[in-house]
Write a new protein. Structure first.
Length: 125
C-alpha cells in the first residue's frame, strides 16, 4: 500500500514534535499503552492512529490536532532575532543577577507578570 500525503505529513510531524519535546518513540509506546510496532508504524507513516489516540498524543505533546495533522512544514526557520534582542540576551547571559531574574520571570503567570512590570516601572522612575 502506498503512503498517502496525510500519512507522510503525520509521520514527519510526529517525529518533529517528539524531538522538540525530547521524547522518544519508546516514551510514546509506554504513554499510549500500545506496541512498539504500532508506534513504529505511526512514525514511519504506515498507519495513522484512531481519533481518540490522536487527541491523546496531542495532549501528551502539548500541541493541537491541527499542528499534528498539518500538511504544512512545521520546521520552518524562525525569524532571525534583531540586533537589540541579541544584545539584550547577551546582557542577561553575562550577568548572573539578570539571568536569575529572567529565569524567575519566565515562570510567572500573566497576572503576576503584570504586577512585576508595574513595580519595575515605578522603580525605574
Amino acid at each position: 500500500m502506498e503512503r498517502t500525503e496525510i500519512q507522510r505529513a503525520f509521520a514527519r510531524n510526529i517525529k518533529y514534535y517528539l524531538a522538540r519535546e525530547g521524547k522518544t518513540q519508546a516514551d510514546m509506546t509506554k504513554y499510549m499503552k500500545v506496541s512498539s510496532a504500532t508506534t513504529s508504524d505511526w512514525c514511519a507513516g504506515k498507519k495513522i492512529p484512531r481519533a481518540d489516540k490522536l487527541q491523546s498524543i496531542c495532549n501528551w505533546l502539548g500541541i493541537s490536532l491541527g499542528q499534528l495533522m498539518t500538511l504544512d512544514d512545521p520546521f520552518e526557520s524562525p525569524p532571525k532575532p534583531s540586533k537589540e534582542a541579541i544584545e539584550l540576551a547577551a546582557k542577561i547571559i553575562q550577568d548572573s543577577r539578570r539571568r536569575r531574574i529572567a529565569d524567575m520571570i519566565v515562570r510567572l503567570d500573566a497576572q503576576t507578570l503584570e504586577t512585576v512590570e508595574l513595580i519595575i516601572e515605578k522603580l525605574s522612575k
